[in-house]
Design a binder for this molecule. Structure first.
Ligand SMILES: CC(C)(COP(=O)(O)OP(=O)(O)OC[C@H]1O[C@@H](n2cnc3c(N)ncnc32)[C@H](O)[C@@H]1OP(=O)(O)O)[C@@H](O)C(=O)NCCC(=O)NCCS
Length: 179
């Protein structure tokens, strides 16, 4: 359904947004397009961020429709504070209309306010649009990172780790992959 045209409002993510944001993400981070993003996007990721970083969890609304989200966190290391934009997504039918830019600008402003000195983002190495988008926002020093996978066969299926218990003790998957 096409979004109702009108001004876009950026606000903090609320509890009722968790499910729509998750489903919007599943339409953007698909296994075919972006396998790594697909694997790391799940409902616990958003819930964790909402519970620990609600200040940096934003949604974009157009009319009464949720059309985008931005999820970030602050990483403190050696007395430096980094603002890490973990996820940014805009509904496909309203892309290229400035929604991503508004979400991004609000997030950068929040990071600045919280004292972050450097902002980080990541995306797939061949995601030309996202890379172009971030370059235009002043990002540079692009570093390539290689992911490798290995099938662990049937044993992994038998010894399936319960998601909830693992996530209680581990940092966000996206944060984890940088450590
Ligand atoms: C990346 C994404 C968030 C951008 O959102 P959007 O709402 O379409 O972007 P906007 O319309 O706000 O901004 C487009 C801006 O990016 C620029 N841009 C877009 N594609 C570009 C490209 N290939 N090269 C250079 N600049 C580009 C435009 O020029 C415009 O900048 P300007 O307004 O300053 O001229 C959106 O495409 C998306 O959700 N993609 C799928 C999810 C994703 O990959 N997220 C990022 C990784 S987590």
């Amino acid at each position: 359904m096409p979004a109702k045209k009108g001004s876009v409002r950026i606000r903090q993510l609320e509890f009722d947004d968790l499910s729509p944001v998750y489903y919007l993400g599943t339409t953007l981070f698909t296994a075919e397009k972006w396998p790594v993003l697909y694997r790391t996007w799940d409902e616990y990721e958003i819930l964790e961020r909402f519970m620990s970083d609600s200040e940096f969890s934003l949604v974009a609304e157009q009319g009464d429709e949720l059309v985008g989200f931005a999820i970030g966190t602050i990483i403190e290391k050696h007395s430096w504070s980094y603002g890490y934009l973990l996820w940014l997504g805009v509904r496909e039918d309203v892309q290229n209309e400035g929604v991503g830019k508004k979400l991004y600008e609000k997030m950068e402003m929040l990071f600045r306010k919280s004292g972050a000195r450097i902002m980080m983002v990541d995306t797939a190495y061949d995601h030309k649009k996202a890379i172009g988008f971030f370059k235009k926002r002043g990002f540079e020093n692009i570093e390539k990172h290689v992911y490798l996978t290995k099938s662990l066969g049937t044993l992994a299926k038998v010894k399936k780790v319960k998601k909830t218990s693992r996530k209680k003790v581990m940092p966000s998957k996206k944060t984890r992959k940088r450590i």
